[in-house]
Design a protein around this ligand. Structure first.
Ligand code: N2P
Length: 368
């Protein structure tokens, strides 16, 4: 299928009200996109362009990293942020948004490459790849590391105010506790909310078994009236203010909130990894096929691979750094999960055609 007809399909699909994941499944079913010149890993690019447009998660890239890169390479850098993978893919599906660098979670890489949305990285410009820890190289979601460079890894769990809750939460079941009604949030992302309830009932968070998904939907509907909102990273301010006591959140964002709160005195925001298990994720830097500034994008990826730059990003976002060479430069490096924690953690996998079922359930939950 040619890139044009793929784009056409996306436009028409969105007009018909299809969700991005249904579209992605459809595009994957159409087979790989026609090879393009941008897919040659040995290609040479032109000079560093004077502009770079980055689309990343909020509170993820250290502002000084962006500023210093711009100054050193004489590049005007813009940074837009999103709060979920779903938001990011929706934007890409309607034409890329003009971005040169995006930060997808690794489970999305097969979806994005299936859509023809990413370009193969040009290895000659990525001189710092050797700094990446072996466990994060050549992962099943990106064999050979052709499309993405690992940026950060982390877990999803429960952020809570230890001074305000009666007991530290240990289970995803906390989101069904009426005593906490109006004081809780879950994240605004299907894979997080339904995934949490799948684990709660002892299932894989990649499940596509109808009965298991029906149970996750039922749990999500029990929790929904007790939630203040579906809110991801921006919940940090409400945790600090004490408006929210229990929030489904990632570890690094929780540590950011704790540090923010500690600046004004107390340090009572804590993170719990539920006993039923949770998600382990790896976020990556990738370059859209449509990037107008591919050489500046490669330079930025390589810049982020420098140990001192990876350390600056990790100190800012408080997530685990896949950059082995950066570890000794980080004051409080996030330790890799213990063996007991690892046994409870699961990587997301692309849902393929089952994504449509998940979408339908999530839409029903949100609309209820
Ligand atoms: C950024 C958190 C991103 C982690 N604030 C989720 N993949």
């Amino acid at each position: 299928m040619s890139p044009l007809s793929r784009r056409d399909l996306v436009t028409r699909g969105l007009a018909l009200g299809l969700s991005w994941s249904s579209l992605a499944a459809l595009l994957q079913a159409c087979g790989p996109a026609t090879p393009r010149a941008s897919d040659d890993p040995d290609a040479t690019l032109g000079a560093v362009e004077p502009e770079l447009h980055i689309y990343t998660w909020s509170d993820y890239l250290a502002p000084e990293v962006v500023r210093d890169f711009g100054e050193r390479f004489h590049v005007r850098v813009s940074v837009d942020t999103s709060e979920s993978n779903e938001e990011m893919v929706a934007k890409l599906a309607v034409g890329g948004g003009g971005y040169d660098v995006i930060v997808p979670s690794s489970y999305l890489l097969p979806v994005l490459t299936g859509m023809g949305a990413l370009q193969v990285l040009k290895r000659r410009y990525l001189t710092g790849l050797g700094n990446v820890a072996p466990t994060f190289r050549d992962t099943p979601n990106d064999p050979g590391g052709r499309y993405a460079v690992p940026f950060a890894w982390g877990t999803t769990g429960i952020a809570y105010r230890s001074d305000l809750v009666a007991a530290p939460p240990t289970s995803w079941g906390v989101f069904e506790d009426p005593a906490l009604s109006g004081r809780m949030t879950m994240m605004d992302e299907a894979r997080e909310v339904l995934g949490a309830f799948l684990r709660y009932r002892g299932h894989s968070l990649n499940s596509s078994v109808p009965a298991e998904l029906a149970a996750a939907r039922a749990d999500a509907l029990v929790a929904k009236p007790l939630l203040k909102a579906y809110l991801s990273a921006p919940v940090k301010a409400q945790l600090v203010a004490g408006d929210v006591w229990v929030a489904q959140l990632w570890n690094g964002d929780t540590y950011q909130a704790r540090a923010e709160q500690a600046r004004s005195g107390a340090g009572t925001i804590a993170f719990a990894l539920p006993t039923e298990g949770s998600q382990l994720w790896l976020d990556t830097l990738a370059i859209p096929a449509t990037a107008a500034h591919p050489r500046a994008a490669h330079e930025f990826l390589d810049y982020c691979l420098r140990p001192e730059v990876a350390a600056a990003n990790a100190a800012f976002n408080r997530y685990g750094s896949p950059n082995e060479a950066a570890q000794r430069l980080i004051t409080e490096p996030i330790p890799y999960p213990s063996a007991a924690e690892l046994a409870r953690l699961e990587y997301l996998k692309d849902l393929g055609r089952d994504a449509a079922t998940w979408d339908r359930i999530w839409t029903e939950v949100k609309a209820s």
